[in-house]
Ligand binder design. Structure first.
Ligand code: UD1
Length: 370
């Protein structure tokens, strides 16, 4: 009997860290065959290929090469190209990850062709529809047949939305599988030493959300604040392409340029370098979803530069605090973190490095039952 075939779909940077352990667990379990579909939403070596290499993800079976564009154009291109792939290579199911445009677009293409959809990281809600990711989460979960959830809030949210209990599985956080699997290698990488920070305290910054970078006034305020804070603590700032472009367009290029004294601006970093910096940092300032989770497990204070989070467990039981983009609040929190006035967090249930194994098991029993 031939094994069921599933598509594992990834498109943008945070997807790759989620897909890697699931692909490995499926290979180990040997009950399903999978194909890796890369939509090409992210395409730069530093935003995509390096993650495949470092995380040992097999080369994509298919690359849809959709590239960048407005939300409508990019989403439409993904739907069109993934639909064509489905029509000629129909899988038994499609598995999508996270909340990027590729996630919602491929779920939609599959659901229209009655290909069952599983969503890894289902149920998270920021309740803020100004975030493009929130729209992607709602659309994907409405279409998914199997909802694999990383934290209990996700289960509550899905129940409130009327998703039948039979579709929901709390499996834990697969990003943490990758973190735990790579931590030793990340430590050995010594990314801080390479930046001349050996033996020194430093902070790590990432910032790319539209709410922080798309409005030149807000972006300017944030970059000036980072420069100010870097007078007290050197800050390593890998600059996302969206942020760099927005800064250049707003005439703020010098604030994201290399060669500043305390604010060490670098290109986007490979996973191992980022993890290496995060685990050794005195604090992290970020608007990333993934880093809120990673710092919680690493027990590093995380100042989350957002008004809300779809990952409330990182605030309740982790090390994240929502500081928005108000300079006074960020300044106060920064000094509290620096002087040790910050919670260490507690362990988070099911963020144990074994989520991918549970996902592989759920996928197998779901497909073999159906
Ligand atoms: C996307 C995700 C976001 C995720 C982020 C991680 C959506 C809606 N957003 O945001 O949830 O946190 O990825 O990085 O899917 N660009 C490059 N090279 C690349 C890719 C993009 O230069 O390889 C530039 C392009 O100019 C592009 C811009 O970055 O227009 C934004 O890329 P896009 O994929 O639209 O969204 P992100 O901001 O990366």
């Amino acid at each position: 009997m031939s094994l069921p075939v599933i598509d594992l779909v990834a498109g943008a940077r945070p997807n790759f860290m989620k897909l890697a352990p699931v692909a490995r667990a499926l290979t180990d379990a040997g009950q399903l065959r999978f194909r890796i579909v890369h939509t090409g939403q992210h395409y730069d070596e530093a935003m995509a290929e390096v993650f495949f290499r470092e995380l040992g993800i097999p080369k994509p079976d298919v690359n849809l090469e959709v590239g960048s564009g407005s939300h409508g154009a990019q989403t439409a291109r993904i739907i069109e190209r993934y639909e064509a792939h489905l029509l000629s290579n129909r899988p038994d199911a499609t598995v999508v990850f996270g909340d990027v445009n590729s996630t919602a677009a491929c779920a939609l293409a599959a659901a229209k062709l009655l290909v069952p959809v599983a969503h890894v990281e289902a149920g998270l809600r920021s309740f803020d529809r100004t975030m493009p990711e929130e729209i992607n989460r709602i659309v994907t979960d409405a279409l998914a047949d199997l909802l694999l959830v990383s934290e209990p809030s996700g289960v509550t949210n899905l129940r409130h939305e009327g998703i039948p209990e039979s579709k929901i599985r709390l499996v834990g956080n697969v990003m943490i599988d990758t973190l735990m699997g790579q931590l030793e290698k990340a430590r050995e990488r010594g990314a801080a030493r390479k930046l001349g920070l050996e033996g020194r305290r430093y902070g790590l910054v990432t910032m790319h959300r539209p709410s922080n970078v798309d409005d030149p006034a807000i972006l300017g305020r944030m970059l000036v604040l980072l420069r100010e804070l870097s007078g007290d603590l050197p800050l390593v700032f890998p600059v996302h392409p969206r942020t760099r472009q927005a800064a250049l367009k707003a005439g703020l290029g010098e604030l994201v340029a290399a060669g500043q004294a305390g604010l060490i601006c670098v290109d986007p970093l490979p996973y191992l370098d980022l993890l290496s910096l995060a685990q050794g940092a005195a604090l992290v300032l970020t608007d990333s979803g993934g880093l809120q989770e990673e710092t919680s497990i690493l027990r590093v204070p995380c100042l989350t530069m957002r008004e809300n989070t779809e990952r409330p467990i990182t605030v309740e039981q982790g090390t994240s605090r929502l500081v928005g983009n108000d300079a006074t609040i960020i300044r106060t929190a920064f000094h509290e973190a620096l002087t040790g006035k910050w919670g260490h967090g507690a362990g988070i249930p099911l963020w144990d490095g074994k989520a991918a194994g549970r996902i592989a098991m759920e996928l197998s029993s779901w497909l073999i039952r159906n």
